[in-house]
Design a protein around this ligand. Structure first.
Ligand code: GLC
Ligand code: CA
Length: 550
């Protein structure tokens, strides 16, 4: 299997990236217009979230047709042009395959509803009475995971929205259909794939109630998931392409298997445990200060554990489902620049393949919406109601949404000082963030000290220094909760990276021996000083990377 250790991937949420025809919705032509910007950033692949026909209940993760383009985004010719223009610039395109479920508007589901047995077997239908769902499982967007269809006297499973019906992967015909989708896009010239919640595809043989949780333990990393992935990859010939699986509530053991090249499943995995360290009692909708010790522990587990098992991590803080990281773990006000850079360095210098989510490279922040009308996301709108029903005040509910909503990451890309920050000439489909005039690409492009320039440096460093791409990793400074630090080694090359996660000062052990040189820092006036007692002082949110024999 191919090696993607030197690559950097840029994630585009097309709806919010660049509008080209003034309808307030980003589109493919808009992406084409920004390819030079992306080339300048140095990224190797663009992952586009789904651009297929879809009723957009879940912004395209409810796919109604896997092999066409949603007119809202453009045409098949636009996709072809994007592929060709990307290729000219050495940038490959990755498409997002949502294979756990389809939209209920997909023709397969429509035929199932119309009574065709063949298509009913494409989904998870179960006979039953209207007052008796097959299990007590809960949908990930809130409410029951089953929906009753009176005309069929059957329930169907939807782990996500009621319009996202889970596919039946046990049915070989379904697996064949999905392979055809891969072949179709591969032939078009798509160079890699991201597989949406792909560790949920294999459901249990018998459905039972979950009295301890929401049901996820019965279908997460399910019984045939590795088999199904191997088959999909082998039969579509994508083993050497870049592939990443989104793994929901997964385990290290499983991710080692998904991404160990010998298994011929996927190139790498997204796991999310490190993005739950500010969930109180594991609850997304309960606020808590981030637990830094837990964060360090998770990186130790996933960095060292994946290494030991020859697995490969996708490195990321942000995506279209997450709040902005500088608002979450950084300090948007006093140390906006420093903390955004520190957070970037902390993952880009780790072992794995880094992902940059649109706007992250300029330190975009949460939008701080103050009313429910501004939100578009189905999960956020559901939980607004659920939290209010639980008796929370409107104020508290809005505060929780402002910190946790998926819309935090979905506000339009901020390009320049024009109306709507250059995203669109008319009102965007979702309101702009409240710092859309201050934080723009335009302001950062020529500035050596900008967050954008720092990201460029990180992307370039990974290609320059083999120790970053291919070195081993060991976490250090285990006792210091304030610092996320690690040592990378490759033959005699060494790199040590310290990241102060806090707005206060802290001390770390200076490296032993001689020959250390500053590789990277996020303060303009040089690096933190070592003192005589072998300690090194780090300023607020300071990153220091020292290397030798590089
Ligand atoms: C993934 C996507 C998310 C979507 C969900 C259901 O988690 O990233 O946006 O809502 O799957 O498809
Ligand atoms: Ca448009």
């Amino acid at each position: 299997m191919a090696d993607f250790s030197e690559k950097v991937i840029y994630q585009i949420y097309p709806k919010s990236f660049q509008d080209s025809n003034g309808d307030g919705i980003g589109d493919l032509k808009g992406i084409i217009r920004r390819l030079d910007y992306l080339k300048d950033l140095g990224v190797d692949y663009l992952w586009l979230t789904p651009i297929f026909p879809s009723p957009q209940r879940d912004n395209g993760y409810d796919v109604a047709d896997y092999c066409s383009v949603n007119p809202m985004y453009g045409t098949m010719e636009d996709v072809e042009e994007l592929i060709a223009e990307g290729r000219k610039r050495g940038i490959g395109l990755m498409f997002d395959m949502v294979f756990n479920h389809t939209s209920t508007e997909h023709v397969w589901f429509q035929k199932a509803l119309a009574g065709e047995k063949k298509y009913q077997d494409y989904y998870m239908f179960r006979d039953g009475e209207p007052d008796q769902p097959p299990t007590n499982w809960v949908s990930k967007f809130g409410g029951p995971a089953w929906e009753y269809v009176p005309s069929l006297k059957k329930w169907y499973l939807h782990l996500f929205d009621v319009t996202q019906a889970d596919l039946n992967w046990e049915n070989p015909a379904v697996r064949e259909e999905l392979k055809q989708v891969i072949r179709f896009w591969k032939e078009k010239g798509i160079q890699g794939f991201r597989f949406d919640v792909v560790n949920l595809i294999s459901k249990p043989e018998v459905f039972e109630n979950d009295y301890e949780g929401d049901g996820r333990r019965f279908y997460t990393d399910g019984r045939h998931v590795h088999e199904f992935l191997k088959e999909l990859v082998a039969d579509t010939g994508i083993a050497d392409m870049i592939t990443v699986g989104e793994m929901s509530s997964t385990s290290l053991e499983n991710c080692v298997r998904y991404s160990n090249p010998a298994e011929k499943e996927l190139s790498m995995c997204f796991s999310f445990h490190h993005l739950k360290v500010d969930y109180k009692d594991g609850q997304k909708w309960e606020l808590m200060e981030p637990d830094r010790m837990a964060l360090k522990g998770l990186f130790k587990t996933w960095q060292e554990g994946m290494q030991a098992g020859h697995g490969w991590n996708a490195l990321f803080w942000c995506n279209h489902d997450q709040p902005r990281i500088v608002s979450r773990l950084g300090d948007e006000k006093t140390y906006w620049k420093e903390s955004a850079k520190m957070l970037a360095a902390s993952i880009h210098l780790m072992r794995g393949t880094p992902y940059i989510y649109q706007g992250e490279e300029i330190g975009m922040q949460n939008p701080h919406y103050q009313s429910i009308e501004k939100y578009r996301d189905v999960e956020s709108i559901n939980y607004y109601r659920i939290l209010m029903e639980q008796g929370k005040s409107q104020e508290e509910t809005l505060e929780i949404l402002a910190a946790r909503s998926r819309d935090d990451g979905r506000t339009p890309m901020q390009w320049d000082g024009q109306a709507n920050a250059g995203f669109s000439q008319s009102e965007p489909w979702i309101p702009m963030g409240d710092t859309s005039q201050e934080i723009t690409v335009e302001k950062q492009l020529g500035d050596e000290t900008s967050i954008l320039s720092f990201y460029k440096k990180l992307v370039a460093l990974r290609k320059e220094l083999p120790v970053i791409a291919r070195g081993d990793i060991a976490m250090i400074e285990a006792e210091n909760a304030d610092v996320l630090a690690y040592r990378r080694t490759l033959d005699d090359q060494e790199l040590i990276v310290w990241n102060n996660l806090t707005g206060g000062e802290t001390e770390v052990g200076a490296p032993e021996g001689t020959g250390w040189k500053l590789v990277l820092g996020n303060y303009e006036d040089g690096q933190a000083e070592g003192n005589a007692d072998g300690r090194m002082r780090l300023r607020p949110y300071e990153t220091v990377a020292l290397g030798r024999n590089l």
